[in-house]
Design a protein around this ligand. Structure first.
Ligand code: G3P
Length: 217
């Protein structure tokens, strides 16, 4: 499973990238707003830090507007992945952009049929939003499982990018189902390492080691 970080905060991205944990980054208009930075400037900085795809979202809602913005965003760096919303215009833009050899992440997916359409439009990634479905009392993981089955039925190469991940359990469930990628907020990504028995075990090992009076090297 690939890990993307879902943020436009360059400090968080740098830290996780230095740990060797990052396969890419996803941003959206809300995350850009949160960063307080200019979209082109911050996206350029992120693209220079990370080797993998960096999703940058168009904000136009019509096809030609999306294509204009996609062309501007594409010029930022070679690893830009254009993010388009799951609308008819977004799907049309997806087909056109992937047709020109660029990466596309189709976002705001809340149903298996939407994911089917995105795959038919040649999407590189489909982003089903788990947490936002859970918020409504609908099991977001069920959607991931449905998309996995449909994509396997027809050998679609579109990668399932589990998005709107809120908990470490979301990451585990998405991995068990076989999502290709999880885009995870920085704090949740770092929390994956945590287990109280690891901390307790390490503490006991260090205490015993101190009693030996030894040093390695
Ligand atoms: O990047 C899209 C998605 O991950 C947003 O998550 O928590 O705002 O639903 P959230």
């Amino acid at each position: 499973m690939k890990f993307f970080v879902d943020t436009a905060d360059v400090n968080d991205i740098r830290e996780l990238n230095d740990l060797g944990l990052l396969d890419g980054v996803t941003t959206n208009p809300s995350l850009i707003m949160k960063s307080g930075r200019d979209i082109q400037e911050v996206t350029k900085e992120i693209c220079s830090m990370v080797e993998g795809p960096v999703s940058a979202e168009v904000t136009a809602t019509d096809f030609s507007g999306m294509m204009k913005e996609a062309d501007i965003l594409s010029k930022i760096a070679d690893n830009i992945c254009i993010k388009v919303p799951l609308t008819l215009d977004g799907l049309k833009a997806c087909k056109e952009i992937t047709g020109s050899g660029r990466l596309v992440n189709v976002t705001l997916c809340f149903s298996a049929n939407q994911a089917l359409l995105a795959a038919k439009a040649g999407a590189t990634f489909i982003s089903p939003f788990i947490g936002r479905l859970d918020d409504l009392g609908i099991d977001g993981m069920e959607l991931i499982a449905e998309i996995r089955t449909i994509y396997e039925n027809y050998d679609f190469s579109t990668e399932i990018l589990a998005a709107s991940i809120r908990t470490v359990n979301h990451v585990k469930q998405a991995a068990l189902i076989g999502a290709d990628v999880a885009t995870v907020p920085p704090a949740t990504l770092k929390a994956l390492v945590k287990h109280p028995l690891t901390d307790k075990g390490l503490e006991a090992f260090l205490a015993d080691w101190a009693k030996t009076g030894q040093k390695i090297g």
